[in-house]
Structure formats: C-alpha cells, structure tokens
Design a protein around this ligand. Structure first.
Ligand SMILES: Cc1cc2nc3c(=O)[nH]c(=O)nc-3n(C[C@H](O)[C@H](O)[C@H](O)COP(=O)(O)O)c2cc1C
Length: 406
C-alpha cells in the first residue's frame, strides 16, 4: 500500500500483491506503427526486432510498460503497422519483445484495442462496426499510403455480435499472457469502441446496451468480466477518459456515467484503472482543453478532476494518471489522487526517461512528425534520434516537417 507521502520513486504493489513495482513511472501506451506486414495473413502486422529494441531500451528494473494498442481482431484493426494479438503469428512475434522487457526486470502489460467506427473497410477487410450506425463526420480517415476518405457509416453490432466482440477481447487477453505479457489493459478511452458505447452522441441503441447509464456501461463491464475470467482480475487494467473529446465523442451525463462505471469496476479487484487527465487532449493544447471544459456544454457541470472517479473506485483499486506530466509535476497528487504516473510523449524521445526523471537531467523534446509510422526508415524518431533538442515545460519547439497537431 502507498506510504503517507510517496514520491514517484517509492515502490508500489499492483494486483493484490501479484506485481511489485520499484518505482511509479509507467510507460503509457503509444501506437508507433513500426510493425512488419505479415506475409501469412492479409491486413495484419507482427512485432519485430526493431520493436524489441525500442521496448527493451525503455524497460527498467521494477518499472511498468504498457504496450502500444494492439487490435483484438481484423474488425478491430484500423492502422497499418500495428501488430495485433489475434493470430498465432502475432503471438509468436511478441515473445522476443516481452522476453527482452522481462530480462531487464520490467513489468509489461498489453493494451487491447478495438477502433470501432474509427477505421475503414480497406483495413478491416469487411465492414466497420460500432454501437450504432453513427459515422465520424468532422474528419476524413486516411493514413500514410491511404488516400483520405470520408468515414463510412458503421454497422451497429447486434447483441450476438456484441458478445462475439467481447469474446475476441477475452481470447486476445489469453494470447497476450501466452506471449509473455504480465497482464492486459482494455483501451476503453479516446473515442474507440468502448467509448462509442459510453457516449450518448454515438450510442443511440434502445436495447440492453443503450438508453441509460447502466446500459451504456454494460458493454465495457461485461467485457471486463470475460477478460477477468480468461486471465484473472489481478492481471487486468482498464483505461478511461471521462473528459475525452477525441474521435468526436461528446457524451452527456459524464460525471454520473463514469462514476457509475468506476463504482462497478471498483468491485472487481482489477490490477488498476488508468485515467487520462482532464487537461490533456489529442488535438487541443492544455489551455484550449481546459477552456473547453469550462465553456463546452456537455461538460460544463463536471468537476474538472479525477477525484470523483478515484473515490468511486474505492481505496483498493490502484490508479494510474496520464496527461501532460513532466519532471516538474510528476509528484503532484501522487498517493492522494493517483498511485502511478504514465508518461507518453516523453517516452518517445527519451529511452532513458526513468533515469532522467530520477536525476533531474533535461528531457529531449519529442518530434511529432515521427510519432506514427510506417516510414521507410522506421528507426528514425523511434530508436535513432538524429536531431534532438532539449525541452523546458511550456516551451514549444517545432521540428521541420512536423505535421500532426498532437
Ligand atoms: C504517438 C502517440 C501514440 C499514442 N497511442 C496511444 C495508444 O495506443 N493507446 C492509448 O491509450 N493512448 C495512446 N496515446 C496517448 C498516450 O498514451 C497518453 O495518454 C498521452 O500522450 C498523454 O500523455 P503525455 O502527455 O505524457 O504524452 C498516444 C499518444 C501518442 C503521442
């Protein structure tokens, strides 16, 4: 259990004693699209030696890493270069990666992903699916090598298909454990399939999976139960974004909905729940996001803090917080509001981030244009950093060719 006033280098135990961490710096899940295209299965990717090197560099003794999001089926997939957790070939490809992290004493969870409506049939090989047939309308779907096109209207999953999708998560969790991961994290944040069930503007269902807070949370809670049945509660984490707006989610009744969700999750004995801080957004700066939480109608009544959700979970579920943490604020709220801190972008640019945070050494700034592959030179901005610049919090450094707003 946490000591009275822990700092980020105080040890912590997860999963009812099953997992001992020597510090509280967690590598956040980071999609980097550096996988290798499978020659066996169309539209699938596998992990490779470059990825092994990348994760191994970031592993520390008693430190926790969460993998990039890994699709649980072809239907769940939505990006080139992302190795999944649904074929035997993928399972085998992850083994050297998990072994390398383990050899350094690291703890490694696999994030399990279903993009729902945020994909295209050219990538799933069939239709795209969601809670309801509501497409994303304010953007186009495109990727390196794919021409941007308007999002397709998704097929609304039938009840049988909902259950089959939940089973895909349970199967993928079992495969992840077989591949050597210590546990799995369900990606129930950032506007992907779980969130498409959570949000009132995307979930228009009138069956047991829509129409009320309880029903909108049902898909997530049932999936959590199935994944727990497959691998055990102490090996399961869940990622949530009660303040998320990414991928056009604009649900109402958020505080009530995520509080109810956390009250239920708190009964399950999970390894942890992982929240994204309200101040963080994929497309807005911290100032813009906070201004939007003030002014934006569906969110206006919210307490802008993770505190209600921590309270709803109760004291026995560990909490990870992520979003705009750095060397200066990494101890803020530790022990009280959350137990562990996940770093995303700084782990892209600092393979030795844990040591830099420990010694107070300056952090290398991240190069957004190299976040997401695939590239012909996949190692650049991944394991090789030819043009590094240090970064002071708040300072904006623009790299030549920087294309994404992230
Ligand atoms: C390149 C990149 C890829 C990301 N991929 C994922 C992902 O696969 N799954 C996920 O839950 N979040 C993903 N995120 C969000 C991060 O996990 C994290 O929540 C976010 O970057 C905020 O943390 P930071 O301020 O420390 O970067 C990604 C972020 C970045 C920058």
């Amino acid at each position: 259990m946490p000591s009275a006033q822990p700092d980020i280098f105080t040890p912590f135990t997860l999963g009812g004693g099953a997992i001992e961490l020597k510090h509280r710096v967690v590598m956040a899940p980071l999609t980097r699209n550096r996988g290798t295209k499978s020659e066996k299965h169309d539209r699938t990717w596998i992990a490779n030696d470059l990825m092994r090197h990348y994760y191994e560099e970031r592993a520390t003794d008693g430190g926790m890493l969460i993998s990039e999001a890994t699709p649980v089926s072809l239907e769940a997939s939505g990006m080139p270069g992302v190795p999944g957790t649904f074929t035997d070939e993928q399972l085998e490809s992850w083994k050297p990666v998990t072994a390398a992290v383990k050899a350094k004493g690291g703890v490694f969870f696999a994030q399990l992903w279903h993009q729902g409506r945020n994909t295209a049939s050219v990538l799933t090989g069939s239709r795209i699916v969601s809670a309801s047939d509501v497409p994303i309308t304010d953007a186009k779907f495109g990727w390196r090598g794919l021409n941007p096109k308007p999002f397709e209207a998704p097929h609304a999953l039938t009840i049988d298909e909902v259950r089959a999708t939940q089973d895909d998560f349970a199967r993928a969790a079992g495969r992840a454990r077989e591949a050597g991961f210590d546990g799995v994290e369900l990606h129930a944040a950032n506007g992907y399939l779980f969130d498409q069930f959570h949000h009132t503007n995307v979930n228009l269902r009138d069956d047991i999976y829509g129409g009320s807070i309880e029903n909108r949370n049902r898909f997530t809670l049932e999936t959590v139960d199935k994944v727990i049945a497959a691998v055990g509660a102490d090996r399961v984490g869940v990622r949530l974004a009660p303040f998320g707006m990414f991928n056009q989610v604009r649900g109402e009744q958020r505080q009530e909905q995520w509080t109810a969700l956390c009250e239920e999750l708190g009964k399950k004995g999970l390894a942890y729940v992982h929240f994204i801080e309200p101040r963080f957004d994929e497309l807005q700066s911290e100032a813009e996001k906070l201004a939007n939480l003030d002014a934006n109608n569906p969110l206006a009544s919210l307490e802008v803090s993770l505190r209600p959700y921590r309270e709803a979970l109760g004291p026995s579920t560990p909490v990870i917080a992520a979003g705009n943490y750095n060397g200066s604020n990494m101890n803020d709220g530790l022990g009280a509001e959350h137990d562990l801190v996940a770093f995303g972008r700084y782990f892209c640019s600092n393979e030795d981030l844990v040591e830099r945070l420990r010694t107070g050494a300056p952090l290398w700034h991240y190069n957004r244009s190299r976040f997401y592959g695939p590239f012909p030179d996949n190692e650049i901005g991944y394991t090789v950093h030819p043009e590094r610049k240090t970064h002071k919090p708040g300072e904006r450094i623009v790299f030549e060719g920087e294309v994404l707003k992230f």
